[in-house]
Design a protein around this ligand. Structure first.
Ligand code: SF4
Length: 674
């Protein structure tokens, strides 16, 4: 308030408008360069990239005070046949939001946020936008400043980062880096587009082979190198004997390096080139004065991508997606599949906000493909329920298991095998016993290979992996064959403690004979895996086991130790029994057919408590789609685990991860080899 007689001085009110002139552009770039809130995505280079790649319409709001731009909010508008929307995120990793001059005090900052957000909302409304969204940047906890937006949706997302000045890498990364260096892997920074595109092609191939999400478009990568100044972007390639083995595309700005795109040549993965490339690049960026390496987000904290990043001593940060709905009725009409099509790389709201979004989210969360609603993607067949070993980690070695020793009838096996082949699913010979003890094991392998199965996988302890069995495996077939040998130790001394009753030399001889025959006969359809259980007796040799067999075989599988519902009880298995429990993936992906023909919904059920029905009179498909299976799935999906036995007392579900299980490993190997 002004007292009477006091002279009134009018302070100029900051003006809000959109960037128009060359002077505006210069002043805007000056603001970006001087703001610690700013990221590469705020620059005008990024705007050029977005316009060139998406054809979206830029609306860059600025707040000007006495000729100086003190705050800004860059936004993009997309017009589509299902409605228009405005966002700060119109490209992958398109973080954005308000940036302010460092000169503003807190009250001025708050006022700047309010003014810019109101201006953006007004323009979005004038352009018939159904919603306006903002993705706040990482490393800057500013979500409270967006209160004036009053968003209907506020979604938290995590990202992983490594603080470059105090990295704490897992020791395996050092080993892998040394291995790559000894193998002669060399790193180069490349600028030529044809070299960059080699990395892009590797990335696309890798995404395809592991069944990852949609790859970034090639045009985006080309435009990145066209629009972004060289000092803000780098492509590094690790070469092995002249071939690109791994590559990275990095964005760098304001002391942060963003891990934008990574590509691995699967054929050369044993060179550890990716680890070497990342390790060397982290060190170089730290030496160049960068503070953070932003690994960005991962699909979940349980996936392999998250684990790979975690090896680099990552911490987690969070940022937010905020959505203001501007036209409620029109927004409510939006269907998710149409939104995905019209608003690619353009964030509007969480998927669950749209029609069909809840169902998609459930399916996506658990990777429940449509095909699996029809038929299990893998059928486990227990051809024998007897074993020649007495391993301490296996319930079959304990007296609680009292079922009658039996071998599956060959005709029943053929019926199962033919149905699996007709549905183009995977068949895995495994179960509670050693499959190669079956007197007709070789005939079973031959039948599977003749039945047009896409994949036959067999688990064995390797003792009887010889003679007629190897001949059957080597038969010419279009079926891919995986022989998965449970070795469980690398050294003879520990092997003898874990694989009681086995013969170390014989098993080794058999594995190497299998490999030698495969090489001699050039059988590219045969893959050999070795597996080890992470149990106390083998704990110190896990890494040696992995490193040794990865050089020789196609895949090393490390299995978590489970107590098989208490049958084996020396366990220190995690006890996260109820909290965050998820529906068991076995119910959606696999079934087991026991030696007597009973279909069990649980592959880990040594006590036969999950028996549903016999496949002698019904097909697997009928039982899989039947009311009993659906009821069990429904109980899991609604969290009523205690109403399903043996799931009510089970802890084994914890090691069954939706985004990484045996089938993912199998797919990665067989597709990567194609
Ligand atoms: S929750 Fe346990 S008992 Fe139930 S299907 Fe999964 S592993 Fe088997």
């Amino acid at each position: 308030m002004t007292r009477r007689g006091e002279r009134l001085t009018l302070q100029p009110v900051p003006e809000v408008r959109e960037i128009e002139t060359d002077d505006d552009r210069k002043n805007y770039q000056r603001l970006v360069a001087g703001s610690s809130y700013a990221m590469l995505q705020h620059t005008l280079e990024w705007r050029e990239l977005a316009v060139l790649t998406t054809k979206d319409e830029p609306h860059y709001f600025i707040l000007q005070d006495q000729g100086e731009i003190t705050a800004a909010l860059p936004m993009m508008l997309r017009r589509t046949c299902i409605g228009n929307a405005m966002t700060s995120l119109s490209l992958p990793a398109g973080y954005g939001g308000v940036i302010v001059s460092e000169k503003l005090d807190h009250a001025e900052k708050l006022a700047a946020y309010r003014t810019l957000l109101n201006a953006a909302v007004e323009v979005a409304r004038a352009n018939d936008c159904v919603a306006l969204s903002i993705c706040t940047p990482p490393f800057r906890q500013v979500v409270e400043l967006y209160e004036p937006l009053a968003p209907e949706y506020q979604t938290e997302n995590f990202f992983q980062y490594t603080a470059l000045r105090s990295p704490r890498f897992h020791k395996s990364t050092r080993w892998d880096m040394n291995k790559a260096a000894k193998a002669g892997v060399e790193i180069q920074s490349v600028t030529a587009m044809d070299e960059v595109l080699k990395i892009y092609e590797l990335y696309v191939e890798r995404m395809r082979s592991v069944g990852g999400g949609a790859a970034l478009p090639r045009q985006l990568v080309e435009n990145l190198f066209r629009c972004i100044q060289q000092k803000h972007i780098e492509c590094r390639i690790a070469y092995y004997q002249g071939q690109p083995a791994a590559g990275l595309i990095l964005l760098r700005y304001n002391k942060v390096c963003d891990y934008y795109l990574a590509a691995l040549n699967h054929e050369l993965r044993s060179t550890c080139a990716m680890t070497y490339l990342v390790g060397r690049t982290l060190a170089d960026y730290e030496a160049a004065g960068f503070e953070y390496w932003n690994w960005q987000s991962s699909p979940s904290r349980r996936c392999g991508t998250y684990a790979f990043k975690a090896k680099w001593g990552t911490a987690e940060g969070k940022h937010y997606y905020l959505t203001k709905i501007l036209a409620k009725a029109a927004f409510a009409e939006l269907k998710l599949d149409e939104v995905k099509q019209e608003f690619r790389w353009f964030y509007i709201a969480p998927y669950t906000a749209f029609r069909g979004g809840e169902a998609y989210a459930t399916k996506n969360k658990y990777s429940f493909a449509n095909r699996e609603a029809d038929f299990p993607s893998m059928v486990l067949v227990e051809t024998a329920n007897v074993c020649n070993l007495k391993c301490p980690h296996c319930p079959v070695s304990y007296s609680e298991i009292k079922h009658t020793p039996s071998f599956m009838d060959l005709e029943l096996y053929k019926k199962v095998c033919d149905e699996v082949a007709a549905n183009q699913s995977y068949l895995r010979i495994t179960g509670d016993g050693e499959p190669l003890l079956h007197p007709q094991a070789a005939a079973m392998i031959r039948h599977a290979c003749a039945s047009r199965l896409p994949l036959l996988s067999m688990n064995t302890n390797g003792v009887c992996l010889e003679g007629e069995v190897i001949e059957a495996i080597m038969g010419v077939t279009g079926t891919k064959v995986i022989i998965d040998v449970s070795l469980d130790a690398i050294f003879k001394s520990s092997y003898q403690k874990i694989r009681l009753g086995s013969d170390y030399e014989r098993v080794m001889r058999n594995v190497f004979e299998l490999l030698s025959q495969r090489k001699r006969l050039r059988r590219k359809n045969i893959f050999v895996f070795a597996s080890i259980i992470d149990q106390p007796e083998a704990a110190i040799e896990l890494e040696t086991f992995r490193r040794f067999w990865e050089e020789i075989l196609d895949r090393v599988i490390t299995r978590s130790y489970v107590d098989w519902k208490g049958l084996v009880s020396k366990t220190k298995q995690a006890s996260n029994f109820v909290k965050d429990r998820w529906p068991c993936l076995l119910l959606y992906r696999r079934v087991t057919i026991g030696a007597e023909g009973q279909l069990r919904f649980c592959a880990d059920d040594f006590m036969r408590e999950s028996t549903v029905e016999s496949v002698a009179a019904k097909t697997i498909k009928e039982i899989w789609q039947g009311s009993k299976m659906n009821k069990i799935r429904e109980l899991h999906q609604t969290g009523k685990f205690t109403k399903v036995h043996p799931c009510d007392t089970c802890k084994d579900w914890e090691v069954l991860k939706w985004d990484y299980d045996y089938q993912v490993a199998v797919d990665a190997v067989i597709r990567g080899k194609q």
